[in-house]
Design a protein around this ligand. Structure first.
Ligand code: SAH
Length: 434
């Protein structure tokens, strides 16, 4: 098992990309390098954000678009893939927020970047187990995914291959189906295409894949870090610092910034603002979990290939690119119109959600020694401070009314009026089961 600074990786070091066994697929990475070098030759160095966007999500040769990178045979493994308990506790969180909002008639579960669909599937299992709580609420699943390869895998896992692709590429819903339990599920390329209505949004390891700009403090002020062709090795890329400010360097760095190097994920800021608008207008909540920091880190841009760190500029398109999520930036972008909770560590969140009790229940019902061992080791992986417990953080955006204190009315004391107290926000506060 490999744990490299931040993301958990496992598997043998030489694990091959799961798609590269096909000789036809050996070509695209080279065409990605060619595509980038010809772009740089014609218009000059590109920003790190543009580099990241092209490498990850270019519709033809992008890393996410072509690959199934998740799992022991791929490039990385994530919490929902490690243990079913992870998704189950998130399912409980979603139901708790739906109850906190007064049990609206409609509940849209919207997941950004659903990977293999395991998280959504674990959440939906909890929904069906708690059917008596959800009652008559009409539940639907909405997946925002750019990768056709991964959307197929999600459809397989969630609908058992009964989903249908849209006839035309321009349709906002590019695939639709029904889950095995009969819930409608739709796929979109962008959050903007998801219908409005009371929604709980979940984004696990999604924001870290969004493009970042990189800035360097110099004697002349802030300058942007760009990607250029190495003049000594024409098939290689290198970082350069712009001689003068760019639009991004003059608009995205905070005036009171104290670090010498900063990464800003402007696209993440835009998505947070879209979530804020939806939550304010239609009600709901967003739960964002990722590795990250609260505005303290500097250079976190990394690449992973076969569970190993990889040079970010080498063989673009063959490795996953990622940067730590700056939660202080997301909170600033969310603004004052919503309530933000966290970030708290994954360990704190899962413990507050009752992971210890859930583990005990599963162990009590399990006699197979191997499964018991696996349950315990995956629990340890998720919560251990030295493993995923502290590197991963949970952050939430809630409707303002969710945290509003009940007002005293007519001079009567709260006790006399019996105004119900707000349901505490699960995960972010310690719940007592008295
Ligand atoms: N949430 C999953 C997968 C994480 S990998 C898990 O934790 O296991 C990142 C996911 O986001 C992939 O599904 C990828 O295809 C998707 N993705 C990356 N960039 C995206 C973008 N700009 N828009 C929509 N989905 C994106």
């Amino acid at each position: 098992i490999y744990i490299l600074n931040n993301k958990l990786r496992w598997g043998p070091p030489q694990t091959r990309l799961s798609c590269s066994s096909s000789p036809d697929l050996e070509k695209p990475p080279h065409s990605m390098l060619r595509h980038l070098t010809s772009k740089i030759k014609s218009t000059g160095p590109i920003s790190v954000a543009e580099y990241m966007r092209e490498v990850l999500t270019n519709p033809v040769t992008g890393y996410y678009v072509r690959n199934n990178m998740l799992g022991p045979d791929g490039d990385f493994i994530t919490s929902p893939e490690i243990s079913q308990i992870f998704g189950e506790l998130l399912g409980v969180w979603i139901i708790s927020e739906w109850m906190g909002a007064g049990r609206p008639k409609q509940l849209q579960l919207v997941e950004l970047g659903p990977g293999k669909g395991s998280l959504a599937s674990d959440i939906l299992r909890v929904f069906s187990q708690l059917q008596s709580v959800l009652g008559e609420a009409s539940v639907s699943l909405h997946l925002v995914e750019v990768s056709p390869t991964l959307s197929q895998l999600q459809a397989q896992n969630l609908t058992g291959n009964t989903s249908q692709e849209a006839d035309s590429e321009d349709e906002p819903v590019y695939r639709r189906g029904k889950t095995t339990a009969g819930l409608p599920v739709c796929w979109y390329r962008r959050l903007d295409d998801v219908p409005t209505g009371f929604s709980v949004f979940v984004a696990h390891e999604f924001f870290d894949a969004l493009p970042i700009h990189k800035f360097q403090r110099t004697e002349k002020g802030w300058r942007e870090v760009m990607v250029d062709i190495d003049p000594e090795k024409p098939d290689h890329l290198r970082f350069v610092v712009t001689p003068s400010p760019t639009l991004a360097s003059s608009t995205l760095v905070q005036a009171d910034e104290r670090r010498d190097h900063v990464e800003v994920c402007a696209e993440g800021g835009v998505i947070i603002q879209q979530l804020v608008r939806r939550i304010t207008e239609d009600g709901g909540a967003a739960l964002i979990a990722d590795y990250g920091h609260d505005g303290t880190k500097t250079d976190t841009f990394r690449a992973f290939k076969g569970h190993q760190l990889h040079d970010v500029l080498a063989s673009p398109g063959t490795a996953d690119l990622t940067a730590d999520v700056d939660f202080s930036y997301l909170r600033r972008m969310a603004g004052g119109g919503v309530a933000c909770m966290g970030p708290v560590t994954q360990r704190t969140f899962l413990k507050n959600m009752g992971i210890d009790t859930r583990l005990q229940v599963l162990l009590r019902n399990c006699t197979d020694p191997n499964t018991r061992k696996q349950l315990i080791s995956s629990y340890d992986m998720l919560t251990n401070r030295a493993k995923m417990g502290e590197r991963f953080l949970f952050f939430s955006v809630l409707h303002q009314s969710r945290l509003a204190k009940p007002k005293k009315q007519d001079g009567l004391s709260l006790e006399k009026k019996k105004i119900p107290a707000q349901l505490p926000v699960a995960g972010f506060t310690e719940l007592s089961f008295s």
